[in-house]
Each structure stands twice: as structure tokens, then as C-alpha cells.
Design a protein around this ligand. Sequence first.
Ligand SMILES: NC(=O)c1ccc[n+]([C@@H]2O[C@H](COP(=O)([O-])OP(=O)(O)OC[C@H]3O[C@@H](n4cnc5c(N)ncnc54)[C@H](O)[C@@H]3O)[C@@H](O)[C@H]2O)c1
Length: 255
Amino acid sequence: MGGRLAGKVALVTGAASGLGAATARAMAREGAAVMLSDRDPAGAALAQAIVDDGGQAAFRLHDVTSEEGWAETVAATQAEFGALHCLVNNAGVASAFLDLMTHSLADWRAVLSVNLDGVFLGMRHAGPAIAEAGGGSVINLSSILGKVGMAGTAAYCASKGGVALLTKSAALEWAPLGIRVNSVHPGFIETPMVANALHAAENGNEMRDQLIAAHPLGRFGVPREIADAVVFLASDESSFMTGSELVVDGGFTAQ
Ligand SMILES: NC(=O)c1ccc[n+]([C@@H]2O[C@H](COP(=O)([O-])OP(=O)(O)OC[C@H]3O[C@@H](n4cnc5c(N)ncnc54)[C@H](O)[C@@H]3O)[C@@H](O)[C@H]2O)c1
């Protein structure tokens, strides 16, 4: 199969929903063999749909906070598709509005363990496999909230800011190995994560209007707009990019 990712094998975490699902589809459409992973078994149906459309895909149940799970998932990807070239650390959780004066350590850890520990574990376990394949590309999902703060989301912002600098450190460490490492910083995108957060908020409709107004392009993004950025970073078109922050935010952080 031709395409911008022909011959590459990719692992996408959190691929059952939202940005991960759109990314897995886009990568497969560009010719990559894609291992979808998620703690939600619904990802299996998406992998099957990609195969039904003529793509190469498989699914693995995988919680990114489990080190054992990472070792098994990377090994399963190599066994299924022969190598690993691209890792998309996409799995993530939002936090409910948390006041720092009353924030519990358990709530803090619940966010950090998925959004930051999960990315560390992913690089720790996929890195050697990508090096073994002769190099490749790691793409870590940070956020605009890894660049600017927002009241009530301290744990989320800390996790995503951590992802940005973890990315840069890995980029420097792995440049000699031919492994590029970049972060993607989406603005608010129409996914279940955002819909659920707004639904849970008391003043969800009002918040939605305010958040849309904070994006100069006057709307939320759609998952394809992030998937396209990830495909670019996974492809050889971005061969001179490493340690960079690709901001896809409708102008949110330009202000
Ligand atoms: N949607 C946005 O506006 C937005 C903006 C900036 C960054 N992001 C980031 O993009 C990524 C994807 O977000 P989304 O909007 O598609 O969210 P989503 O909730 O629609 O999908 C997230 C997926 O991650 C999976 N997941 C969560 N915890 C997991 C774990 N421990 N192990 C394995 N899988 C797990 C979920 O099951 C789900 O399928 C996240 O890292 C998020 O923080 C999203």
C-alpha cells in the first residue's frame, strides 16, 4: 500500500476514542500498519473497521499506567507487524474542576499517572524497539494547557507541561539514534473528553461559548485537524523536526 507512512509501523495509545481514533485511521490511510491500544475494549471494533477498509491494524487492551502492559504491547506490536517505528502517546484524561486549596493528592496522582507517567513509560518501553528498527518518530500529545495555565486545571496543566519538556529531553537524548520526538499542542477539539467535561460543568453552555470565543478562528477544532498534524510528524516530511512543539489551536495561544 502506498501513502506517506508506507512501510512504517505505528503504535497509538488511547485509540478507542477522539483524537487517538482519528489518528489511527489517518495513519492507516497513509499506509502505516497500526497497533491501536486502549484500556477501553471499544478500540477493537475500530481496528476491525480499518482492516475492513483495506488497512493494516490490530488492537490491544492496554492501560498506559502499567509498565508490564507497555512491555507486552510493544512486544505484541513487533510480533504482529515485524517492527516499531512510530509511537503516538495519545492516551490521556481530563480532570474535573479542582480547587488547589482542596485538591486531593489522589486526584492529582490520577491525572499525572496517565498523562505524564504513561508518556514516560511509553518512551521507556517503545524507545529501544524504535532504535532497533533504525530510528523513527515519537509524538506526544500535550495541549495548549501545556503552554499556558487555566484556573481549576492545575493537575492537567502540570501533566501537559511535563510532557512538553519530557519531549525535548528525549529529543536531545535520542537524536543520535535517529529517533525524533515532538509534542502536539491542540486547542479545544470536539471529542468525548471535551463534551463530557462541558456536560459535567454546572454552566457548560456558557463555558462552551467562552471557550469558543477564546479561539480566534471562532470554533473548536475537529479530530482530523490533530490527526493530520500527527501524520506529518510521523512522516519523513518532518525529517528536520525534533524537540519541537506543534501548536494546532485556532490561535488560542497567539494572544
Ligand atoms: N480534546 C481536546 O480538546 C484536547 C486538547 C488538548 C489535548 N488533548 C489530549 O489529546 C489526547 C486525546 O484526547 P481526546 O480528546 O481524544 O480524549 P478522549 O477522552 O476522547 O479519548 C482518550 C482515550 O484515552 C483512553 N485512556 C484514558 N486513560 C487511559 C489509560 N490509563 N490507558 C489507556 N488508555 C486510556 C480512553 O479510554 C479514551 O479512549 C489526550 O492526551 C488529551 O489530553 C485533547
